[in-house]
Write a protein of this length. Structure first.
Length: 281
């Protein structure tokens, strides 16, 4: 089974760094069972790719959340992940889907990037969704937050047999400004020739060789991307304690049990009267 992978790469003589991520199984696990329209699946695919690339780009250890929220039919869509590339995501759809662009899905809204490092202060960046392309919105984010020229290319594929997403990332290195800009423009022009099928179907080495064969890209060891929800019966019990025993027992008397469902992976956690009494005893 082909593994979902994030690749980082540099060039011998060019002041630019790049990343390439290809996901299939992780994305399948995220959308499984939710019955999202295909446009929403594609949006979550792009968000997943974006979150993976951002986590590698920002070089921190901890958690990241990339969220879109607005007044459109998709009230919000979010991917939560960490530096280990463990990802989960969800979307809330409350209206009729009439298109596939950001404005069609999210409407007027914002992108919120929240970084919670294991050590250090939590950071949150908020940028308005001024483009119909998620890639362009992220490029604007880097321009505002880090003043580094950045380009992203996304591709998604959804049909009865396939759920895939991939992303390509280029960013200038803050070394010699004039040289790095020339290097970036050179690689940007080459990257603009990438076809979606190539980005989705070819292995990373082949993609980079086709795009930059004269520039000698150097691939680092890839990092696996996985779906990890993080929910558990123990965490659910912690939430129940905050509700209180009496309220839970009353709910069981009315419904026969207490059931809590994880919004991400749709796992049900069920508790009967004896379970509740044991928790509080």
């Amino acid at each position: 089974m082909k593994q979902d992978l994030l690749h980082r790469y540099l060039f011998d003589d060019l002041d630019v760094r790049g990343e390439l991520v290809q996901v299939e199984h992780t994305l399948q696990d995220i959308v499984a069972g939710h019955n999202y329209p295909v446009e929403v699946q594609a949006l979550l695919g792009e968000l997943l790719v974006a979150s993976s690339l951002l986590t590698a780009t920002l070089k921190f250890e901890g958690d990241i959340a990339v969220q879109l929220q607005g007044d459109g039919p998709v009230k919000y869509a979010v991917i939560n992940g960490n530096h280990q590339q463990n990802m989960r995501g969800i979307a809330r759809v409350e209206g009729q889907i009439t298109g596939s662009g950001i404005s069609d899905l999210i409407g007027k809204g914002h992108m919120i990037i929240t970084i919670s490092p294991d050590k250090g202060e939590r950071y949150q960046g908020v940028v308005p969704l001024t483009s119909d392309s998620l890639a362009k919105c992220l490029e604007d984010y880097f321009e505002q937050s880090e003043q580094l020229r950045t380009r992203l290319w996304f591709a998604t594929k959804f049909d009865e047999e396939t759920v895939k997403a991939a992303g390509l990332f280029l960013q200038v290195l803050p070394v010699n400004k004039e040289k790095s800009q020339r290097d970036f423009e050179h690689l940007e022009a080459l990257s603009d020739t990438i076809k979606e099928d190539e980005l989705l179907e070819l292995d990373a080495q082949t993609v980079l060789t086709r795009l930059y064969h004269e520039d000698n890209p150097q691939l680092f060891e890839p990092q696996a991307v996985n779906f990890v929800c993080g929910c558990s019966r123990e965490k659910t019990i912690s939430a129940l304690v905050n509700v209180g025993q009496q309220a839970l027992l009353e709910d069981i008397e009315q419904h026969g049990e207490v059931k809590l469902s994880c919004h991400y992976c749709l796992t049900d956690y069920r508790f009967n009267e004896q379970d509740i009494k044991s928790i509080f005893n």
